[in-house]
Ligand binder design. Sequence first.
Ligand code: OOG
Ligand code: NI
Length: 471
Amino acid sequence: VARMPITQQWELRAEFARRLSHMYGKEVPAYTTLLEVSQAVNAAVLSRPGADAERLGSIARVTAERHGAIRVGTPQEMAQVARVFAAMGMYPVGFYDLREAAASSVPVVSTAFRPTDPDELARNPFRVFTSMLVPSDRRFFSEDLQRRLESFLARRTLFTTELLVLADRASEYRGLNSGDAEMFLTLATAAFKLSTEAVDRAWYRELEQVSSVAADIGGVTSTHINHLTPRVLDIDDLYARMERRGIDMIDTIQGPPRWAGPDLLLRQTSFRALAEPRVFREADGSVEAGSLRVRFGEVEARGIAATVRGREVYDRLTVETEQAVREAAAAPVSAEARNAIAAQLWNERMPATEQGLALHDLAYFTYTVNTGKLPNGHAPSRSLPDLIDQGWVRPEPIVYEDFLPKSAAGIFQSNLTSDGRKDTTQSTAAVDADWMEGVLGRPLLDPYALYDGVRCASLARVATELHIRGP
Ligand code: OOG
Ligand code: NI
């Protein structure tokens, strides 16, 4: 039988990301400005003399790179969205509990769907931070509101059966024939389009009192892409350029500071998008034009993935920075002053070179045998620090592909239209990673295990090449 040409999963993923980007650009024009500025920043970084700009991903990858954020309401919707993403080779990685962040009025738990294999990431790394509402959390919702919310959500359909059937087919055959691919992409993109349907004003308001995020999810009968985030190679430059264009950015860059060492983990910043026109249905049944401000623009710089140890140091330095900022003489502290406080701590406490980060096992690298200048005289050691230190192997950074819950909470928070309310005296049921895995009906992957797997595979190759029994 003649084989139909197959659109592979990574091609579906890349095309889905392109179509979402196109759709979102039409919906939120400020996003298009952000893309222009991001591209200008990346071009400027590439043209810097001696810059190792592509050390954390090829420019082709970085230029096309985006993460999206979506929000769903029920376990059923979460399980369905997992099928849609699996079709494109995107699998759930990590568990983020945004309800726990201090003063947070964000009643959701989240995961990120993304490619997990290094080759797949290199082809197209599109990832989607996906949050799910927790109506059973008594700190946010009364029993009565939970009941009404769940019954509202149970009546809506986010993903058509046709889309889900095509998604399962793509997973099974690792791709789709071109006719199915076109239909799948059309339906998948449309599922995240901002709806023009009238919003029930009273219901939306009631939920907004609990949390703007609850209203954004449970106040409407559809879902939408909340933001799409391009990647830049110099986020400080981007921040300055956006401010010069008169775009009102949030007051900090979240995550690690600009410091003497290489970018680690994730640095993000955002701006509030303009209010978008929406139609409301009033209590008397009449329909009125209005607006909602729920979406925003975000941009990020990705650095080297931190190990568990590196992450502990990062978390500690974050707490110490906050403390130092609170104790600083001039309050409120400017973004520049905050960065200076953090950078000083980092420069004192974190090795500022890739070599140092590798030696102290603070960040993830792959290793290759340094054929250029093998130390002669003695046999290679079996200890990785020795191999690094004596120049037997060369570390290459592994890019951080995930998110930071504190930055995520900060990004949510800084873009909320109301403070919401949270009754911290109430305890909450076990909504944790195991529970999420049950909802997804597939393994919830551990990001550290994924980075470690890539590192270990490279060390196995090193061991073979150096004829040693594995560092
Ligand atoms: C998700 C917020 C988290 C990020 O980049 O950390 C996020 C949302 O607003 O739905 O996107
Ligand atoms: Ni985001």
